[in-house]
Design a protein. Structure first.
Length: 47
């Protein structure tokens, strides 16, 4: 079964993400804030 995955691997192809995908990830990371209180961590999305 691993042989099938190895043969269909796309390691040789160059992946080019769309601009909208990059913008989405950057905007999400800008809006994400991680708050620490004592030993707890809270994630807050500021949208």
């Amino acid at each position: 079964m691993a042989k099938f995955y190895f043969e269909s691997s796309q390691r040789d192809k160059q992946l080019n993400p769309r601009k909208s995908t990059i913008d989405f990830i950057l905007n999400y990371s800008k809006a994400l804030e991680i708050l620490e209180y004592k030993k707890l961590k809270f994630e807050a999305l500021l949208n």
